[in-house]
Design a binder for this molecule. Structure first.
Ligand code: AHR
Length: 667
């Protein structure tokens, strides 16, 4: 009998031990933290794939200033997006004029001669794939008009009033809302405004402007904005898209690119001064992605958005050279701003710092104040250069800019650049140059396979901590055919645990690109897709969101007994006192875990687990439709040591809520 009992006990013990052995142990040392960047996860915004015009910028009219050009797309011209319409016997002519612009930066306008008013002669615009309007919502219309005369032929008078009807119509011409404005003498540009309320929800309405009397009129800067922009700002941002971005809880925002920053030849370098002030005076230009950027979303709006979402602004300026991939103009390859012009270029860089931070009484601070923001924007970081080829021309200009910022604005931290790839010639040369110059932070980029992200999790473990710190400015796991899949998202999550572990070196990281409009994609994959009415976050979006929401300022050493296809990291968040453990299972089978919290003296009042998972690693994020996986939050029981089974292909965030940071104190 006794022998039977002993055998049974042995068997139970053996079973328990076997079960234990199968578990991967995750050991968190809560007493041995090291400070890490509290701003690790942010966003990268670039106007590509219609991210700005036709995207985040809420303007509903396409080509509002008649500035589209064949240099952007061969079939484009000033009237692209516009249709000349004559209703009920109306007759006249339409042409583009540049003899009397609103502003030299905005050279073209539309001239309409109405020879027979009929039921109206004018223009129609279908926006970006149709104008999406919602029943009961109001839209602010504005136009710059210059009435040259009224009447017809010999009766023409240079004085009087020319009535204009402004309508929202369905594509079949049914009226959804209407307002009336009047252009009047003298023949000077005047802005006319009206509000139209839509009677129905329609994804593809048109804006129609009809002159209702004979005469000659010039129109420019024809604009329609929803009143419901993000935070109700004028010249504002599309509320649903901006909110989706805000929900990432990004700690910083890099803008305006990417390659767009250094541009397609030196004449296409993004010039921040062209993007501030009244919108009709801003200078639009082709962007490197071969469509038109109106600059309506300009530096003021970028800074304002950063403030609105609590993200540090991280603007990036060209390092005095264009993109090495420039092709469009005769200036192919990397072009350098002539040295004679560099002092003026450097002054632009310094002026940006004054625009962001200077008192409202300073020259550039006054322009910020005039735009409605007398208080400084609190700029601390400034990127110089993007993925530039490490040539002598680049090095000379970068150094000139860097030295000027250091001497005039030592309070600004410069972020340098080390080429477009995680290794290779420009990477090596860039690191050497930046280290010699003691550039505080450099920007690394990598678009790689999911496996690369798993294989490179120790990339920064042995980084020389005396060298510049790192901003992982652009990265994304590209699965087969450049798609974003669950596998890719989980690989990004695994990699992010390694960035947290090395958060003393890696200051910032931003997935790229952020936004892409369906049917207008220049790049794949992207974090958030959208069309005129809907927003489609990807699985990678939720990975970014979970890391954005669950960052910390102290890394807690986290040992994993079996790191094959598995990664973990733990942080302490000083602001809340919470301890956060992230667990990433990249395998297609569940992973039984034993989690041990060493040095936690007080168990938290409560804990939650947020799990992002899906059965199929191949699940693709379509550029539309619901994401293949979404995070789910639930309570979890925790102890000094506890078991948890990480689902296949999953990211789990366990948040141990604490009223006080007592778990960091020694027992
Ligand atoms: O993110 C898309 C592009 O990738 C960026 O413009 C560029 O910096 C990089 O090559």
């Amino acid at each position: 009998m006794n022998r039977v009992k002993i055998t049974l006990l042995h068997a139970i013990l053996l079973l328990t031990l076997t079960a234990r052995a199968e578990k991967t142990t995750v050991t968190v040392e809560a007493n041995a933290g090291k400070p890490i960047s509290p701003d690790l996860v942010g966003i990268f915004f670039e106007d590509l794939s219609y991210a700005a015009d036709g995207g985040l910028y809420a303007e509903l009219v396409q080509n509002r200033s008649f500035e589209y050009a064949a240099t952007e797309q061969p079939t484009w011209g000033p009237l692209t997006g516009w249709e000349f319409i004559r209703r009920g016997g109306g007759a006249g002519e339409l042409w583009v004029d540049s003899s009397c612009p609103i502003h030299p930066n905005n050279p073209h306008c539309a001239l309409i001669r109405i020879t027979n008013a009929g039921e109206g002669v004018g223009l129609s615009n279908a926006g970006f794939d149709g104008i999406a309007v919602k029943a009961g919502e109001s839209y602010d219309f504005s136009v710059f008009a210059r009435m040259l005369y009224i009447g017809n032929g010999r009766d023409s008078k240079p004085a009087g009033k020319l009535p204009l009807s402004v309508r929202l119509e369905t594509k079949d011409g049914a009226v959804l809302g209407e307002a009336n404005v009047e252009a009047s003498d003298p023949a000077e540009w005047k802005q006319l405004t009206a509000t139209i309320t839509a009677s129905q929800t329609v994804p593809d309405a048109r804006l129609v402007v009809l002159a209702r009397a004979t005469g000659l009129i010039a129109l420019d800067e024809v604009s329609l904005f929803p009143q419901k922009t993000f935070k109700g700002r004028k010249n504002g941002l599309r509320a649903d898209l901006a909110q989706t971005i805000a929900d990432l809880h990004p700690k910083f925002m890099r803008f305006p690119g990417g390659c767009l920053t250094h541009g397609d030849g030196i004449n296409n370098i993004y010039r921040w001064k062209d993007t501030i002030g009244p919108v009709e005076q801003r200078k639009g230009q082709p962007n490197i992605w071969r469509y038109h950027q109106s600059a309506g979303l300009g530096y003021f709006e970028y800074f304002q958005f950063c403030e609105d979402i609590g993200a540090r602004p991280l603007p990036v300026l060209a390092a005095g050279v264009s993109c090495q991939n420039s092709t469009r103009t005769r200036e192919t390859g990397q072009q350098c701003i002539p040295l004679a012009d560099m002092p003026a270029y450097i002054q632009d860089v310094l002026d940006l710092i004054e625009y962001a931070n200077g008192p409202a009484t300073s020259t550039w601070g006054a322009k910020r104040a005039a735009a409605g923001h007398p208080a400084p924007f609190g700029l601390k970081y400034l990127g110089v250069g993007n993925e530039d080829k490490q040539t002598d021309g680049f090095r000379e200009r970068f150094k000139m800019i860097y030295d000027a910022i250091k001497s005039k604005h030592p309070e600004i931290t410069v972020v340098g650049t080390v080429g477009p790839a995680p290794s290779g010639e420009d990477f090596g040369l860039g690191w050497k140059f930046s280290s010699e110059l003691h550039v505080p932070i450099v920007d690394e980029h990598y678009y790689q396979s999911p496996q690369w992200f798993w294989d490179n999790r120790n990339r920064y473990d042995n980084y020389d901590r005396t060298r510049p710190k790192v901003y992982v400015g652009e990265y994304a796991a590209r699965d087969a055919r450049n798609r974003s899949t669950l596998r890719a998202a989980i690989a990004e999550a695994a990699y992010l645990t390694s960035l947290e572990r090395n958060g003393d070196v890696v200051q910032f990281a931003s997935y790229a690109p952020l936004l892409a409009r369906r049917d207008h994609m220049n790049w794949s994959p992207d974090l958030i897709f959208f069309n005129g009415t809907e927003v489609f976050p990807t699985i990678s979006y939720y990975v970014q969101q979970l890391f954005g929401l669950n960052g910390g300022d102290t890394y807690l050493p986290t040992a994993v007994s079996d790191p094959k296809e598995f990664a973990a990291s733990s942080v302490h968040d000083g602001a809340t006192g919470d301890l956060i453990v992230k667990l990433v299972n990249g395998s297609s089978t569940p992973k039984p875990l034993r989690i041990e919290l060493n040095g936690v003296t007080t168990l938290p009042r409560s804990a939650t687990k947020t799990v992002l998972t899906g059965a199929n690693a191949d699940a693709v994020n379509p550029d539309g439709g619901a994401p293949a996986a979404m995070p789910e939050v639930s309570p979890i029981e925790v102890g000094q040591a506890f078991d948890y089974e990480a689902p296949p292909n999953s990211l789990t965030v366990i948040r141990l809520k604490s009223g006080q940071p007592s778990h960091l104190q020694s027992p």
